[in-house]
Design a protein around this ligand. Sequence first.
Ligand SMILES: [Fe+2]
Length: 442
Amino acid sequence: MTSTAIEGLTQTRDSINVDDLVEATHHVSLDEQIEYLVRNRQDISITRSRNRPTDLTGTDEEGLAFLPESSKRRMVADGVDISHGYPEVPGRSEIPVYVDQAHAIRDHDMPFTERALNADPQKKALLGAAEEVHNLTANIGTEITGLQLVDLTDEQKDELALLVAERGVVFFRNQKLPPKTQRDLGEYWGNLEVHPQTPHVPGLPGESVIWVDYWRKHGMNINFKNCNYGNFDVVRYGSVGNQVWHTDLVHERQPAGITHLHLDAIPEVGGDTIWASGYAAYDKLSEEMKKFLDGKKAVYVSAHSYLDRDDPFGGRKKVERVHPMVRTIPATGWKTLFVNRGMTKRIVGLTPVESDVILNYLFDVYERNADIQVRFNWKSDPGYGTSAIWDNRSTQHRTIWDHEGRISRHGTRVTSLAEIPYFDPDSRSQREALGLPITKEE
Ligand SMILES: [Fe+2]
Protein backbone atom coordinates (compact mmCIF):
# COMPACT_ATOMS: atom_id res chain seq x y z
CA MET A 1 0.00 0.00 0.00
CA THR A 2 1.29 3.43 -0.91
CA SER A 3 0.59 7.00 0.08
CA THR A 4 -1.98 7.08 -2.73
CA ALA A 5 -3.89 4.37 -0.94
CA ILE A 6 -3.71 6.34 2.30
CA GLU A 7 -5.04 9.34 0.43
CA GLY A 8 -7.99 7.31 -0.80
CA LEU A 9 -8.84 6.25 2.73
CA THR A 10 -8.46 9.67 4.32
CA GLN A 11 -10.50 11.30 1.60
CA THR A 12 -13.39 8.97 2.36
CA ARG A 13 -12.85 8.72 6.11
CA ASP A 14 -16.43 9.72 6.87
CA SER A 15 -17.69 6.66 5.12
CA ILE A 16 -15.36 4.02 6.58
CA ASN A 17 -15.05 2.78 10.08
CA VAL A 18 -11.90 3.05 12.16
CA ASP A 19 -11.27 -0.71 12.11
CA ASP A 20 -11.10 -0.62 8.31
CA LEU A 21 -8.68 2.28 8.46
CA VAL A 22 -6.45 0.53 10.97
CA GLU A 23 -6.54 -2.64 8.91
CA ALA A 24 -5.67 -0.75 5.73
CA THR A 25 -2.83 1.26 7.21
CA HIS A 26 -1.47 -1.86 8.90
CA HIS A 27 0.24 -2.65 5.61
CA VAL A 28 1.93 0.71 5.39
CA SER A 29 5.10 1.22 7.37
CA LEU A 30 4.89 3.71 10.20
CA ASP A 31 7.54 5.99 8.72
CA GLU A 32 5.66 6.15 5.42
CA GLN A 33 2.42 7.03 7.20
CA ILE A 34 4.11 9.78 9.17
CA GLU A 35 5.86 11.15 6.10
CA TYR A 36 2.55 11.27 4.31
CA LEU A 37 0.93 13.16 7.17
CA VAL A 38 3.76 15.67 7.46
CA ARG A 39 3.72 16.36 3.73
CA ASN A 40 -0.02 16.77 3.55
CA ARG A 41 -1.04 18.41 6.81
CA GLN A 42 -0.06 22.05 7.16
CA ASP A 43 -0.83 21.98 10.88
CA ILE A 44 1.80 19.40 11.82
CA SER A 45 4.84 21.16 13.21
CA ILE A 46 7.67 18.68 13.08
CA THR A 47 10.40 19.44 10.67
CA ARG A 48 10.70 23.20 10.73
CA SER A 49 12.66 25.04 13.40
CA ARG A 50 11.05 25.19 16.81
CA ASN A 51 10.35 28.89 16.64
CA ARG A 52 9.06 28.98 13.13
CA PRO A 53 5.64 28.22 11.74
CA THR A 54 4.95 25.35 9.40
CA ASP A 55 1.98 26.46 7.41
CA LEU A 56 3.92 28.24 4.69
CA THR A 57 4.62 27.05 1.21
CA GLY A 58 5.01 28.69 -2.22
CA THR A 59 5.14 32.44 -2.74
CA ASP A 60 3.57 34.40 0.08
CA GLU A 61 1.13 37.21 -0.70
CA GLU A 62 1.05 38.33 2.91
CA GLY A 63 4.83 38.61 3.00
CA LEU A 64 4.79 40.87 -0.02
CA ALA A 65 2.40 43.20 1.78
CA PHE A 66 5.01 44.17 4.35
CA LEU A 67 8.19 43.77 2.32
CA PRO A 68 10.15 47.01 2.85
CA GLU A 69 9.90 49.43 -0.06
CA SER A 70 13.68 49.49 -0.56
CA SER A 71 13.76 45.68 -0.87
CA LYS A 72 10.81 45.72 -3.26
CA ARG A 73 12.52 48.27 -5.49
CA ARG A 74 15.68 46.13 -5.58
CA MET A 75 13.73 43.03 -6.62
CA VAL A 76 11.71 44.80 -9.29
CA ALA A 77 14.77 46.56 -10.71
CA ASP A 78 16.38 43.15 -11.26
CA GLY A 79 13.30 41.72 -12.96
CA VAL A 80 12.40 39.40 -10.07
CA ASP A 81 8.73 38.45 -10.40
CA ILE A 82 7.16 39.25 -7.04
CA SER A 83 3.65 39.59 -8.45
CA HIS A 84 2.55 36.34 -6.79
CA GLY A 85 4.10 37.03 -3.41
CA TYR A 86 7.32 37.18 -1.44
CA PRO A 87 9.32 35.26 -0.34
CA GLU A 88 9.11 31.81 -1.92
CA VAL A 89 9.02 28.97 0.59
CA PRO A 90 10.01 25.44 -0.54
CA GLY A 91 6.95 23.22 -0.87
CA ARG A 92 6.14 20.43 1.55
CA SER A 93 6.69 17.85 -1.14
CA GLU A 94 10.32 18.99 -1.39
CA ILE A 95 11.40 19.35 2.24
CA PRO A 96 13.13 16.53 4.06
CA VAL A 97 11.00 14.88 6.73
CA TYR A 98 13.53 12.38 8.06
CA VAL A 99 17.03 13.13 9.18
CA ASP A 100 18.42 10.57 6.71
CA GLN A 101 16.76 12.49 3.87
CA ALA A 102 18.33 15.75 5.05
CA HIS A 103 21.71 14.06 5.52
CA ALA A 104 21.59 12.74 1.95
CA ILE A 105 21.45 16.27 0.50
CA ARG A 106 24.85 17.02 -1.06
CA ASP A 107 26.32 13.95 0.65
CA HIS A 108 28.78 13.48 -2.17
CA ASP A 109 32.01 15.01 -3.42
CA MET A 110 31.56 18.41 -5.07
CA PRO A 111 34.55 19.85 -6.93
CA PHE A 112 35.63 23.11 -5.32
CA THR A 113 38.01 25.72 -6.70
CA GLU A 114 39.67 27.94 -4.10
CA ARG A 115 39.59 31.18 -6.06
CA ALA A 116 41.90 32.91 -3.59
CA LEU A 117 44.76 30.69 -4.76
CA ASN A 118 44.62 32.41 -8.18
CA ALA A 119 44.98 35.85 -6.63
CA ASP A 120 47.90 38.22 -6.67
CA PRO A 121 48.98 38.24 -2.99
CA GLN A 122 49.25 42.06 -3.21
CA LYS A 123 45.67 42.26 -4.53
CA LYS A 124 46.57 45.21 -6.72
CA ALA A 125 43.59 44.96 -9.08
CA LEU A 126 41.11 45.11 -6.21
CA LEU A 127 42.79 47.44 -3.75
CA GLY A 128 44.17 49.68 -6.48
CA ALA A 129 40.66 50.30 -7.84
CA ALA A 130 39.21 51.15 -4.41
CA GLU A 131 38.88 54.68 -3.07
CA GLU A 132 39.67 53.58 0.45
CA VAL A 133 40.58 50.33 2.22
CA HIS A 134 40.14 50.54 5.92
CA ASN A 135 40.79 47.84 8.54
CA LEU A 136 38.03 48.20 11.14
CA THR A 137 39.99 46.34 13.85
CA ALA A 138 43.49 44.91 14.01
CA ASN A 139 42.45 41.28 13.90
CA ILE A 140 39.30 41.09 11.79
CA GLY A 141 37.20 43.12 9.35
CA THR A 142 38.04 45.44 6.46
CA GLU A 143 35.84 48.00 4.73
CA ILE A 144 36.29 48.91 1.07
CA THR A 145 34.79 52.06 -0.42
CA GLY A 146 34.54 53.28 -3.99
CA LEU A 147 33.83 49.92 -5.62
CA GLN A 148 30.60 48.36 -6.82
CA LEU A 149 30.48 44.57 -6.42
CA VAL A 150 28.47 44.34 -9.62
CA ASP A 151 31.48 45.68 -11.59
CA LEU A 152 34.19 43.32 -10.26
CA THR A 153 36.36 41.53 -12.79
CA ASP A 154 37.29 37.88 -12.23
CA GLU A 155 40.77 39.01 -11.18
CA GLN A 156 39.25 41.29 -8.54
CA LYS A 157 36.88 38.53 -7.39
CA ASP A 158 39.86 36.21 -6.85
CA GLU A 159 41.64 38.91 -4.86
CA LEU A 160 38.53 39.63 -2.83
CA ALA A 161 38.31 35.92 -1.99
CA LEU A 162 41.89 36.13 -0.66
CA LEU A 163 41.19 39.30 1.30
CA VAL A 164 38.08 37.70 2.84
CA ALA A 165 40.13 34.64 3.81
CA GLU A 166 42.81 36.83 5.41
CA ARG A 167 40.61 39.42 7.13
CA GLY A 168 37.61 37.22 7.98
CA VAL A 169 35.01 39.67 6.74
CA VAL A 170 34.97 42.50 4.18
CA PHE A 171 32.30 45.18 3.98
CA PHE A 172 30.95 47.24 1.08
CA ARG A 173 28.44 50.02 1.76
CA ASN A 174 26.39 51.99 -0.76
CA GLN A 175 25.93 49.12 -3.19
CA LYS A 176 23.42 48.65 -5.98
CA LEU A 177 23.43 44.87 -6.03
CA PRO A 178 20.87 42.96 -8.09
CA PRO A 179 19.91 39.63 -6.46
CA LYS A 180 20.94 37.72 -9.59
CA THR A 181 24.41 39.30 -9.49
CA GLN A 182 24.76 38.32 -5.85
CA ARG A 183 23.94 34.74 -6.79
CA ASP A 184 26.39 34.78 -9.70
CA LEU A 185 29.14 36.00 -7.37
CA GLY A 186 28.36 33.13 -5.00
CA GLU A 187 28.55 30.61 -7.82
CA TYR A 188 31.94 32.01 -8.79
CA TRP A 189 33.33 31.47 -5.28
CA GLY A 190 32.05 27.94 -4.69
CA ASN A 191 29.10 25.59 -4.90
CA LEU A 192 25.87 27.47 -4.46
CA GLU A 193 24.00 26.33 -1.38
CA VAL A 194 20.28 25.80 -1.95
CA HIS A 195 18.55 25.26 1.37
CA PRO A 196 15.74 22.70 1.51
CA GLN A 197 13.67 24.81 3.93
CA THR A 198 14.76 28.44 4.04
CA PRO A 199 12.64 30.92 2.05
CA HIS A 200 14.32 32.40 -0.99
CA VAL A 201 13.80 35.18 -3.50
CA PRO A 202 11.06 34.02 -5.92
CA GLY A 203 12.55 32.15 -8.84
CA LEU A 204 16.08 32.28 -7.38
CA PRO A 205 16.77 29.22 -5.21
CA GLY A 206 20.02 29.81 -3.32
CA GLU A 207 19.23 33.51 -2.85
CA SER A 208 18.08 32.99 0.75
CA VAL A 209 15.93 35.57 2.49
CA ILE A 210 17.15 36.80 5.88
CA TRP A 211 14.14 38.52 7.42
CA VAL A 212 13.36 37.99 11.11
CA ASP A 213 10.35 40.32 10.83
CA TYR A 214 8.77 37.81 8.47
CA TRP A 215 9.04 34.99 10.98
CA ARG A 216 7.68 37.24 13.72
CA LYS A 217 4.60 37.91 11.61
CA HIS A 218 4.20 34.15 11.39
CA GLY A 219 4.54 33.49 15.09
CA MET A 220 8.23 33.46 16.02
CA ASN A 221 8.47 34.48 19.64
CA ILE A 222 11.41 36.83 19.84
CA ASN A 223 11.43 39.73 22.25
CA PHE A 224 13.73 41.96 24.24
CA LYS A 225 14.03 39.45 27.08
CA ASN A 226 14.50 36.17 25.26
CA CYS A 227 16.58 37.17 22.23
CA ASN A 228 19.89 36.20 23.87
CA TYR A 229 18.85 33.18 25.97
CA GLY A 230 20.66 30.86 23.58
CA ASN A 231 23.99 32.47 24.40
CA PHE A 232 23.49 31.34 28.00
CA ASP A 233 22.39 27.80 27.19
CA VAL A 234 21.62 26.93 23.60
CA VAL A 235 20.65 23.35 24.45
CA ARG A 236 17.87 24.40 26.78
CA TYR A 237 16.71 27.60 25.15
CA GLY A 238 17.60 27.14 21.51
CA SER A 239 18.38 29.89 19.07
CA VAL A 240 15.76 32.56 18.45
CA GLY A 241 16.56 34.48 15.31
CA ASN A 242 20.31 34.68 14.67
CA GLN A 243 21.47 35.97 18.03
CA VAL A 244 23.42 32.91 19.13
CA TRP A 245 27.08 32.82 18.13
CA HIS A 246 27.32 30.45 15.19
CA THR A 247 28.87 29.51 11.89
CA ASP A 248 26.47 28.80 9.02
CA LEU A 249 25.84 25.32 7.63
CA VAL A 250 28.46 23.34 9.54
CA HIS A 251 26.41 20.15 9.13
CA GLU A 252 27.20 20.08 5.41
CA ARG A 253 29.74 17.59 4.10
CA GLN A 254 31.40 20.61 2.48
CA PRO A 255 30.38 23.48 4.75
CA ALA A 256 30.09 27.15 3.88
CA GLY A 257 33.13 29.02 2.64
CA ILE A 258 32.41 32.55 1.45
CA THR A 259 29.03 33.83 2.57
CA HIS A 260 27.59 37.08 1.29
CA LEU A 261 24.79 38.87 3.12
CA HIS A 262 23.38 41.96 1.47
CA LEU A 263 20.98 44.10 3.48
CA ASP A 264 18.63 46.23 1.40
CA ALA A 265 16.50 47.37 4.36
CA ILE A 266 18.55 48.59 7.31
CA PRO A 267 17.30 49.87 10.66
CA GLU A 268 17.95 53.54 11.34
CA VAL A 269 19.62 52.51 14.61
CA GLY A 270 20.94 49.09 15.60
CA GLY A 271 20.62 45.69 13.91
CA ASP A 272 24.41 45.32 13.94
CA THR A 273 26.27 42.04 13.38
CA ILE A 274 29.40 40.86 15.20
CA TRP A 275 32.05 38.57 13.76
CA ALA A 276 34.92 36.90 15.62
CA SER A 277 38.13 35.50 14.17
CA GLY A 278 38.84 31.79 14.42
CA TYR A 279 42.51 32.31 13.54
CA ALA A 280 42.87 34.63 16.52
CA ALA A 281 40.77 32.39 18.78
CA TYR A 282 43.21 29.57 18.01
CA ASP A 283 46.18 31.81 18.78
CA LYS A 284 44.64 32.74 22.15
CA LEU A 285 45.11 29.13 23.30
CA SER A 286 48.15 27.79 25.12
CA GLU A 287 50.57 25.70 23.12
CA GLU A 288 49.52 22.67 25.18
CA MET A 289 45.84 23.27 24.42
CA LYS A 290 46.64 23.72 20.73
CA LYS A 291 48.46 20.40 20.73
CA PHE A 292 45.51 18.73 22.46
CA LEU A 293 43.02 20.08 19.92
CA ASP A 294 45.09 19.62 16.74
CA GLY A 295 43.67 16.59 14.96
CA LYS A 296 40.64 16.21 17.27
CA LYS A 297 37.22 15.92 15.69
CA ALA A 298 33.80 17.07 16.80
CA VAL A 299 30.16 16.53 15.87
CA TYR A 300 28.44 19.46 14.15
CA VAL A 301 24.68 19.78 13.83
CA SER A 302 22.19 21.49 11.52
CA ALA A 303 20.03 24.46 12.50
CA HIS A 304 16.87 22.66 11.36
CA SER A 305 15.40 19.51 12.89
CA TYR A 306 13.92 16.38 11.38
CA LEU A 307 12.51 13.03 12.48
CA ASP A 308 14.39 9.80 13.08
CA ARG A 309 12.85 7.19 10.78
CA ASP A 310 13.61 4.42 13.27
CA ASP A 311 12.27 6.37 16.23
CA PRO A 312 9.73 8.86 14.86
CA PHE A 313 8.23 9.59 18.27
CA GLY A 314 11.64 10.08 19.88
CA GLY A 315 11.70 13.81 19.27
CA ARG A 316 13.34 15.96 16.65
CA LYS A 317 16.82 15.19 15.43
CA LYS A 318 19.39 17.33 13.70
CA VAL A 319 21.69 16.34 10.89
CA GLU A 320 25.08 15.46 12.36
CA ARG A 321 28.45 15.59 10.65
CA VAL A 322 32.00 15.03 11.95
CA HIS A 323 34.68 17.61 11.11
CA PRO A 324 38.11 18.55 12.49
CA MET A 325 37.97 21.09 15.34
CA VAL A 326 41.09 22.78 14.07
CA ARG A 327 41.06 23.14 10.31
CA THR A 328 43.50 24.51 7.81
CA ILE A 329 42.16 27.14 5.44
CA PRO A 330 43.50 26.43 1.94
CA ALA A 331 43.42 30.10 0.91
CA THR A 332 45.84 31.19 3.64
CA GLY A 333 47.31 27.94 4.95
CA TRP A 334 46.47 29.10 8.50
CA LYS A 335 44.89 27.06 11.27
CA THR A 336 41.52 28.15 12.65
CA LEU A 337 39.45 27.03 15.64
CA PHE A 338 36.35 25.57 14.02
CA VAL A 339 33.81 25.39 16.86
CA ASN A 340 30.74 27.44 17.72
CA ARG A 341 28.18 27.50 20.52
CA GLY A 342 25.19 27.11 18.23
CA MET A 343 26.16 24.00 16.33
CA THR A 344 29.15 22.13 17.79
CA LYS A 345 27.67 19.33 19.85
CA ARG A 346 30.49 17.21 21.25
CA ILE A 347 34.15 16.31 20.90
CA VAL A 348 34.67 12.83 19.50
CA GLY A 349 36.38 10.47 21.93
CA LEU A 350 35.76 12.44 25.14
CA THR A 351 33.11 11.79 27.76
CA PRO A 352 30.12 14.16 27.50
CA VAL A 353 31.24 15.93 30.67
CA GLU A 354 34.80 16.47 29.43
CA SER A 355 33.50 17.59 26.07
CA ASP A 356 31.10 20.15 27.59
CA VAL A 357 33.80 21.69 29.78
CA ILE A 358 36.28 22.08 26.92
CA LEU A 359 33.75 23.23 24.33
CA ASN A 360 32.27 25.82 26.67
CA TYR A 361 35.75 27.18 27.30
CA LEU A 362 36.46 27.34 23.56
CA PHE A 363 33.15 29.11 22.91
CA ASP A 364 34.10 31.63 25.59
CA VAL A 365 37.43 32.28 23.91
CA TYR A 366 35.59 33.38 20.80
CA GLU A 367 32.84 35.26 22.59
CA ARG A 368 34.66 37.02 25.43
CA ASN A 369 37.77 38.29 23.67
CA ALA A 370 36.62 41.63 22.26
CA ASP A 371 40.02 42.15 20.63
CA ILE A 372 39.31 39.40 18.10
CA GLN A 373 35.86 40.71 17.15
CA VAL A 374 34.38 43.36 14.90
CA ARG A 375 30.93 44.87 15.36
CA PHE A 376 29.49 46.32 12.20
CA ASN A 377 26.64 48.76 11.67
CA TRP A 378 25.13 48.27 8.22
CA LYS A 379 24.06 51.85 7.47
CA SER A 380 24.22 52.95 3.83
CA ASP A 381 23.04 56.09 2.07
CA PRO A 382 19.33 56.14 1.19
CA GLY A 383 18.59 54.00 -1.87
CA TYR A 384 21.64 51.76 -1.39
CA GLY A 385 22.35 48.50 0.41
CA THR A 386 25.33 47.12 2.29
CA SER A 387 27.19 43.86 1.73
CA ALA A 388 29.19 41.81 4.19
CA ILE A 389 31.27 39.02 2.68
CA TRP A 390 32.83 36.66 5.17
CA ASP A 391 34.65 33.37 5.43
CA ASN A 392 32.45 30.99 7.37
CA ARG A 393 35.39 28.62 7.75
CA SER A 394 37.45 30.93 9.94
CA THR A 395 34.89 33.12 11.70
CA GLN A 396 31.77 33.05 13.85
CA HIS A 397 29.03 35.65 13.85
CA ARG A 398 25.82 36.69 15.55
CA THR A 399 23.29 39.46 15.05
CA ILE A 400 22.03 42.00 17.55
CA TRP A 401 18.29 42.41 17.75
CA ASP A 402 18.27 45.74 19.56
CA HIS A 403 16.05 47.36 16.91
CA GLU A 404 13.36 44.92 18.08
CA GLY A 405 11.75 44.91 14.66
CA ARG A 406 10.57 48.52 14.94
CA ILE A 407 12.20 49.21 11.62
CA SER A 408 12.40 46.41 9.11
CA ARG A 409 15.67 44.62 8.49
CA HIS A 410 15.73 42.56 5.32
CA GLY A 411 18.48 40.99 3.30
CA THR A 412 19.49 38.23 0.96
CA ARG A 413 22.21 35.70 1.63
CA VAL A 414 24.19 33.60 -0.79
CA THR A 415 26.49 30.88 0.45
CA SER A 416 29.32 29.31 -1.49
CA LEU A 417 30.08 25.85 -0.15
CA ALA A 418 33.79 25.12 0.01
CA GLU A 419 36.08 22.15 0.61
CA ILE A 420 35.70 19.16 2.92
CA PRO A 421 37.28 20.50 6.14
CA TYR A 422 40.74 19.12 6.79
CA PHE A 423 43.57 19.54 9.27
CA ASP A 424 47.10 19.80 7.93
CA PRO A 425 49.53 19.07 10.78
CA ASP A 426 52.21 21.07 8.97
CA SER A 427 50.11 24.23 8.72
CA ARG A 428 50.78 27.21 10.96
CA SER A 429 48.69 29.58 12.99
CA GLN A 430 48.05 33.08 11.66
CA ARG A 431 50.40 34.74 14.13
CA GLU A 432 53.13 32.20 13.48
CA ALA A 433 52.80 32.74 9.74
CA LEU A 434 52.80 36.53 10.06
CA GLY A 435 55.62 36.57 12.61
CA LEU A 436 53.49 38.30 15.25
CA PRO A 437 54.28 37.81 18.96
CA ILE A 438 51.93 35.47 20.80
CA THR A 439 53.12 35.87 24.39
CA LYS A 440 55.26 38.43 26.17
CA GLU A 441 58.07 35.91 26.57
CA GLU A 442 58.38 35.50 22.83
FE1 LIG B 1 24.39 33.13 10.20
